[in-house]
Ligand binder design. Sequence first.
Ligand SMILES: [Fe+2]
Length: 139
Amino acid sequence: MDKMDSRALSEFFNMLLEAERAGVKVLGELVRQVEAQQLKTLLNKFLRDEGVNCRILVSFINDLGEAPSDKTGAFAEKVFALDTLHEKMNLLIRGQEWVARKIREFRNRLPAGSTHLFLEAIKIQHEENVDSLKKYLAE
Ligand SMILES: [Fe+2]
């Protein structure tokens, strides 16, 4: 597969930026709502990572000379529309899986070096989050 040009790359990064921003919104709210300390600690770690990811993605988009999106993914409203914490956690797992899957789809077309490494780190982080949430829900 060919490497992506600047426009395609910035569209990919903006798609992830909107998703990560939705993650920050969702997690910020869930951290406040959740009472179980173990889950709160877990979600706080996700929240920190998603915030860092937003900053990394904005830097990449700026480096390309493109404009970072100021939108927030529709994912946040979908989570807030659910009634139970269990449903919210299950949708959160699907959202985390979606990000990891998108990076897997595009990773061979990313520029080598730090871009590839940072995106790989974001992918692994989301895979770990899925594993941690599934483990927590199974306990
Ligand atoms: Fe995320």
